[in-house]
Design a protein around this ligand. Structure first.
Ligand code: SF4
Length: 477
């Protein structure tokens, strides 16, 4: 959600005449788009701001803006702690950034503007997409749940749904530009439709995506187990371009802890969904988020989490050591677990998750898979002559690119999997088939683009990158 917001900020600023600063040059404007779901967001922000203080002192024309969840939460204190910040804006008014920068420049004083609720759905804002072939598409923002560890409801507000026609029009426009994969994005996609009274709106949306010609891959993140209904499983199984992957946050396998987290499902329900998904989509890769060391978690509760992990056979999991988020109900709960215990449990959980992920990955050796060639996902690409791509189930595959010069991010290749590792697969035999796509053309067209000279902008945090097919942090739900 935060990365997609950064794409919107880039689009807005480009629309207002700014240009992305090139590497090694000094930007005229630096924007920090903060995420309070992550640990230590405030320390990281103030650390980054303090690095800019001497640069600002030497160049008073430099403008610094801070937005996102932390700005929404800390608002006035940001300009108290870092008085050289020019603009503070919240999650509900990212569209105001160009105006606030201009006003700060003209009035020569800091502008702090935080709205309490969303007035314009941010998808109507101009967006500068980082990837030519894959795109995030918001279906909703905000969340009506009240998980006790989560800061999202107080910062992003109640759920707001976009109308299906608007979402589908955005996807069609993206496909016309060359995008072949979209990830539908919402804090709780299964609740989509609650605002306009259609409980099956999300499964209908998936099926409607299946009708869009040229759209090769549809993913979504994240569903909430409590609201997961069978019509979504049926739509996934019966819509060929909806990919066989599911990211469904478990958080804990202990019913007692789930209750304390105010997660309104129990482990039996979670496992039931997984059984039905596997029955309908046998090759589905299922991933999850798990928090270890929630206040009051006993060794028995932790064992219940390990039991669910064993039974669910996740192909990967984002695992987190619980840490307090000021402003959340769980931050004030008694029985906070000592860091040593949390660390020990975390280590045992990660070992189990990795062992299962490795076993599950090994089952893919010998299979032929079609990959969407990815940009920037394989760190060892240049040294090994491998390229990387994503399988339909979202597994990362590094493949031998010898003999397929000219294959571009966004193209499709068929490969045979020769080896597995806990976090990726290897395909070291020659590529079986290359399919050049319109996405590859779109990627190539971008490489030659030049841009007009104007004021330059740098996005400070987080890094703005290609939509990661797997969420980079608890994506909620
Ligand atoms: S964890 Fe997800 S479902 Fe729970 S309150 Fe946060 S955003 Fe909503």
């Amino acid at each position: 959600m935060n990365v997609h917001d950064s794409e919107r900020l880039s689009g807005l600023l480009e629309d207002a005449g700014y240009l992305k600063a090139s590497e090694g040059t000094q930007a005229d404007v630096v924007v920090f788009n903060t995420c309070a779901v992550r640990e230590n967001a405030d320390n990281k922000l103030y650390g980054n701001l303090s690095h800019l203080a001497p640069i600002k002192e030497a160049n008073p024309d430099l403008q610094i803006a801070v937005g996102g969840c932390l700005a929404q939460k800390d608002r006035a204190t940001i300009t108290e702690k870092a008085p050289y910040v020019d603009v503070v804006f919240g999650t509900h008014n990212i569209g105001s950034l160009p105006v606030l920068l201009e006003r700060a420049r003209v009035q020569e004083e800091a502008q702090v503007e935080i709205l309490e609720s969303l007035e314009v759905f941010p998808s109507t804002l101009p967006t500068k997409r980082e990837s030519a072939y894959a795109a995030w598409v918001s279906v909703s923002v905000g969340c009506n749940n009240t998980c006790t560890f989560c800061i999202v409801p107080s910062l992003r507000g109640k759920e707001k749904d976009r109308r299906p026609g608007e979402i589908l029009a955005e996807i069609e426009a993206l496909v016309a530009e060359g995008v072949s994969e979209v990830t539908l994005l919402g804090q709780n996609v299964n609740a989509y439709g609650v605002e306009f009274g259609d409980r099956q709106a999300f499964s209908k949306l998936l099926r409607a995506c299946g009708e869009i010609e040229g759209l090769e891959r549809v993913r979504f993140t994240s569903p909430h187990p409590a609201e997961f209904t069978d019509d979504v499983i049926e739509a996934m199984a019966e819509t060929p371009n909806v990919m066989p992957s599911l990211h469904m946050p478990l958080q804990s396998g202990s019913d007692r802890v789930l209750k304390a987290m105010r997660r309104s499902y129990r482990s039996t329900k979670f496992l039931g969904i997984i059984d039905r998904v596997r029955a309908a989509i046998p090759h589905a890769a299922i991933t999850t988020d798990i928090i270890v060391g929630f206040p009051g978690e006993t060794e028995e509760d932790f064992q219940a989490t390990l039991d669910v992990v064993r039974e669910s056979r996740f192909s990967s999991a984002f695992t987190f050591q619980y840490s307090k988020r000021p402003g959340t109900p769980a931050a004030d709960l008694p029985d906070q677990i000592s860091p040593e215990v949390v660390k020990d449990r975390y280590g045992r959980l990660v070992d189990l998750v990795n062992e299962i992920a490795y076993d599950e990955n090994k089952k893919n050796v010998g299979r032929t898979l079609e990959l969407l060639v990815a940009e920037g996902e394989g760190r060892k690409d240049s040294s090994t002559n491998r390229l990387s791509g994503r399988a339909p189930d979202n597994r990362l595959v590094h493949f031998d690119a010898a003999g397929v010069e000219g294959v571009r991010p966004g193209d499709m290749v068929k490969v045979e999997i020769t080896r597995a590792a806990p976090h990726y697969l290897i395909a070291d035999n020659p590529v079986l088939e290359v399919r050049r796509t319109r996405s590859g053309d779109a990627w190539e067209a971008r490489q030659g683009q030049t841009e007009p000279e104007t004021r330059s902008v740098g996005l400070g945090m987080p890094s703005v990158g290609v939509p990661a097919p797997l969420p980079a942090a608890p994506a909620c739900g």
